[in-house]
Design a protein around this ligand. Structure first.
Ligand SMILES: C[S@@+](CC[C@H](N)C(=O)[O-])C[C@H]1O[C@@H](n2cnc3c(N)ncnc32)[C@H](O)[C@@H]1O
Length: 440
């Protein structure tokens, strides 16, 4: 019997079948464990359910570390990333940080809309009692483990990105564990990362948030195509990993994108003098209706063989009266569909949002605000709490504020604080400023 880092997807109860399947035993064996009080079960809606915590304790009492990991990997379809210096999850969550928040500038009386200067692990530890399960959206853009220093246009050091390899991965894992605690049941997290590290971070996010809660790996086109002399393809994209706390419960507003001019011209090649660009679609669809209205003759026409009218005959007459049916020279009717009524297109997982060059912004690696707008509009609602604990120039907070979300920003760079103050003052954003003071 040993301690372990067993961490299955966030689930409160398991069915008897799930337990049997995970342990590779029969349902009867699980029932025997319950009867003999080795395993606790509760009755929910006439069925027995095993509280997840009790199942975890049962596993801990009866298995070794390697058994637990095998079960974990089988059940969750996860891989665990092995590297030097991995700390046990319980140790991370129970670690105590001594310190307190210091008020530096109070500009409003709202609960959130604040920026806290300090190391985000310590700050999150101290914020957690207030924001646990309250955050609907987290966007983070951490340093990418490049080993470089990042300077602003005046050559002042904004931050250094010195943690590399396994140290970077463990740095991120610890913060992700705390961030998971912050997410509400309908919450989402978007993590911006480059492609050198992103695939390792994906495995860590699978561990922390659950493989099943992975939603998208978004390819973000970040700059113009590169034409360098290296023996390689130009790399003009990075990645955004999108996970949720609970698949199917997450806020997703599915905001459609308008068609481009080229798409409008391709899809709607004809022009109506009053209603603008349009195309035509058949009025019939495959399949026959034997007795129904849509299989009957309309305007002297039967639907073609093996097909039926898409609309009732009454609706067809209404469309025709309103001039919304186009008749070909051979007497074939088609429905007119107008570009102005198009609902927009579903957003896919390749996004083009190029960042501005250093000479146009007051902080290095500042991310495109339209990119943030898309994320915030889709994965939060008005009034939602949005968190960015690698806030940099404060773009996430600024856009969240404009979209009437509540927000919290954290960063440990003095230049970040300066950039945020300048950007908020220009945009007239009211923010309360704090810093975290460590007692250690
Ligand atoms: C890539 S930049 C973020 C840029 C930001 N997305 C923007 O649009 O301006 C990463 C930020 O993480 C901050 N950072 C790095 N380690 C941190 C830590 N341990 N605690 C708080 N902030 C940290 C850096 O100071 C830097 O501002």
């Amino acid at each position: 019997m040993q301690s372990n880092n067993y961490n299955m997807a966030s689930k409160n109860f398991l069915t008897i079948e799930e337990v049997a399947d995970t342990l590779s035993v029969t349902r009867q064996t699980v029932s025997k464990y319950i009867r003999e009080k080795e395993l606790n079960a509760v009755r929910i809606n006439k069925n027995y359910r095993i509280p997840y915590k009790d199942f975890e304790n049962f596993i801990n009492r009866n298995t070794t570390v390697s058994d637990v990991e095998t079960i974990y990997l089988k059940k969750s379809r996860n891989c665990l990333l092995g590297y030097e210096g991995r700390v046990d999850e319980n140790e991370i969550l129970n670690y105590r940080v001594n310190g307190a928040f210091q008020e530096n500038e109070i500009n409003h009386q709202l609960r959130y809309n604040k920026f806290i200067s300090g190391d985000n692990f310590s700050v999150l530890k101290h914020l957690l009692p207030n924001i646990q399960e309250k955050v609907d959206l987290i966007y983070i853009d951490p340093p990418f483990g490049t080993g470089q220093d990042y300077v602003n246009i005046n050559n002042d050091l904004a931050y250094n990105d010195t943690l590399v390899n396994h140290e970077f991965l463990e740095f991120m894992r610890k913060r992700l564990m705390l961030l998971r605690k912050c997410l509400s049941d309908q919450g989402s997290i978007y993590l911006h990362i480059d492609k050198k590290l992103g695939h390792y971070v994906k495995i860590i996010m699978d561990e922390v948030f659950g493989y099943n809660n992975f939603i998208n790996d978004i390819t973000r086109i970040k700059c113009n195509p590169k034409n360098f002399a290296r023996n390689a393809y130009g790399n003009y994209s990075d990645m955004i990993l999108f996970y949720v706390k609970n698949r199917d419960l997450n806020i997703f507003n599915d905001i459609k994108e308008p068609l481009s001019e080229e798409e409008v011209n391709n899809f709607f090649p004809k022009v109506h003098s009053r209603l603008g660009k349009y195309t035509t679609n058949p009025l019939h669809a495959p399949g026959i209706t034997i007795d129904g209205d849509t299989g009957q003759e309309w305007n002297g026409l039967k639907p073609p063989k093996g097909r039926h009218w898409r609309y009732s005959r009454e609706e067809l007459t209404r469309l025709d009266m309103e001039g919304l049916i186009e008749w070909s020279e051979t007497g074939n009717p088609r429905k007119m569909v107008f570009a102005k009524d198009h609902k927009g297109k579903k957003v896919q997982d390749v996004w083009e949002f190029k960042d501005k060059g250093l000479s146009y912004v007051n902080y290095p690696t500042q991310k495109n605000h339209d990119l943030l707008k898309r994320i915030i509009l889709n994965s939060s609602n008005e009034g939602s709490l949005v968190l960015d604990c690698f806030a940099g120039s404060g773009g996430t907070l600024l856009v969240a504020n404009r979209l009437r979300r509540q927000w919290i920003g954290i960063d440990n760079s003095l230049k970040s604080l300066e950039a945020i103050k300048e950007n908020f003052s220009k945009a007239k954003v009211k923010c309360n400023y704090f810093s975290f003071v460590s007692f250690d």
